[in-house]
Write a protein that binds this ligand. Sequence first.
Ligand SMILES: [Zn+2]
Length: 324
Amino acid sequence: MTQQRFKAFYFDGRSSKPQEVTLVLLDDCVWIQEINVTYPLKTIEVGAKLKDTPQSVSFTDGSYCTLLASDFFSPPNDGINRFAFKLESKTRYSVFAILFIALLTAFSLTFGSTLAANAIANALPQSAIDAISQSALSILDNNYLSPSKLSEEKQEAIKRSFAQINDDKCCALRFRQSNTLGANAFALPNGDIILLDDLVYLEEDEQMRGILAILAHEKAHIKLKHGLKNIIKVSISSAIVGYLIGDFSGLAAGGATAIIDAGYSREYEEEADAYAIEKMRELGVSTRYAADIFEKLRLKTGDDYSLLDSHPLMDERIKRFREN
Ligand SMILES: [Zn+2]
């Protein structure tokens, strides 16, 4: 039987008066010699050993011991504490640990959050997707959106047109107006597509064929979970940054801004355009009407044509829709 002995102060958990004791570490238990009581190792809680601070050992009955600062109490089942103490007590290891954390943080903020976002987006239950979307919409409604001023007839005409590409009924159209977001449309992960009045005002085609192609583009963002992945990615980044700077206010707003501001990657935009063009081809509808709307949007907003999906690739998009 091996044993290690430690001088310690014992507190019974009821009075603040310490008692000098000897803590004896045996193979599977600790024995407090002076009061003759033993505790199985698996029931005790050993405090972290930081360089010059005394360690504590707590017991299930509320009593605990404080060791001398020079001692290191490490039972065989306390691997993490041993490892941490070893790292902490060697400068070389500390530098390595800081570098490791810096690299891990950088990875988490870039590739790591993308990988995690893809995995989480595919695993999330519908109830969670609904909750995320409702919360994002209420933030948008409270800050940027107001009720649509489009006539009932106009809204009905757009809904009828939209029904052609919504035969699986996975999406629902919602009309809003926004001074801040102007001519825009965006999709929420639960299937809601928010269409803003100013975008409809740019449509000259009676049959709403340009708007239809744009709605098909938004539907693609929902089907391919682009918005959901963006929200998760922004939330992971905000959580990491929040943890590092101690401010989590960015986390709550992240969901809403990921849909309208942060924007989709070029890859997501091209995927959504390809889906919209394919859908229009199936319906025998030319995509030039959508190209017309994009042209007007570009004229209207000048260089700042980041409003629709926030993409900087308007020229390429107009060309794509014009040619199909
Ligand atoms: Zn888009």
